[in-house]
Design a protein around this ligand. Structure first.
Ligand SMILES: Cc1cc2nc3c(=O)[nH]c(=O)nc-3n(C[C@H](O)[C@H](O)[C@H](O)COP(=O)(O)O)c2cc1C
Length: 174
């Protein structure tokens, strides 16, 4: 089906966008000045620039934690592995105040609060460089200060659901 914005609704648009498979991340930071941990499940993560290293992600203006991310100095983007489905659900659907219950935490080398989750496929400690208003979302551009990667199978999100089909191919280690 082909449609123009005049006659497609948000559901149709979301369904079309959902044909694009993505990975799944959890992005952590802290409130200021009381240093409460904050975390969100985000699939809009993408690469922007290799040199200097920059990434982007977008956050709905209706997120309760929006103002904290706008003012955060740094955040950590954790790329989840296929074994971390429960973490993805907790940081998307759980109440913000309880998302960190029982979750081990640590600090990235630059001091930013992060999950102590060795199974993450990768993580990026980012300086909160710029934010850009775009419709009902804010696009965040992060300058990557440190990154780490594993060769674990990534968690995949597709067509509005987590794709739990096991891969038959081993991951390349390059
Ligand atoms: C797989 C998945 C990906 C998501 N990606 C995004 C995203 O890219 N941007 C966004 O604003 N919300 C996204 N969400 C919804 C947020 O995780 C959710 O609205 C957020 O946790 C609300 O947090 P807050 O209101 O406590 O700030 C996603 C949810 C799921 C399940």
């Amino acid at each position: 089906m082909t449609a123009t914005p005049a006659d497609f609704d948000a559901r149709f648009f979301r369904s079309a966008l959902g044909r694009f498979a993505t990975g799944v991340t959890v992005i952590t930071t802290e409130t200021a000045p009381d240093a409460r941990p904050l975390g969100l499940t985000i699939s809009s993560f993408n690469s922007v620039s290799l040199d200097p290293p920059m990434i982007l992600w977008s956050l709905t203006k209706s997120a309760s934690s929006l103002r904290h991310y706008l003012h955060a100095r740094r955040y950590v983007v954790h790329v989840l592995s296929s074994t971390q489905l429960q973490l993805a659900k907790r940081f998307a659907y759980g109440p913000q105040a309880q998302r960190f219950d029982g979750v081990a935490l640590s600090r990235a080398p630059g001091g930013t609060l992060m999950l102590d989750e060795p199974e993450c496929a990768a993580w990026f400690e980012c300086y909160n460089l710029t934010q850009h208003e775009a419709g009902d979302h804010i696009i965040f551009i992060g300058q990557v200060e440190r990154c780490h990667r594993n060769f674990s199978q990534p968690l995949v999100y597709h067509a509005g659901d987590f794709d739990l089909t096991p891969s038959t191919e081993p991951l390349s280690s390059t």
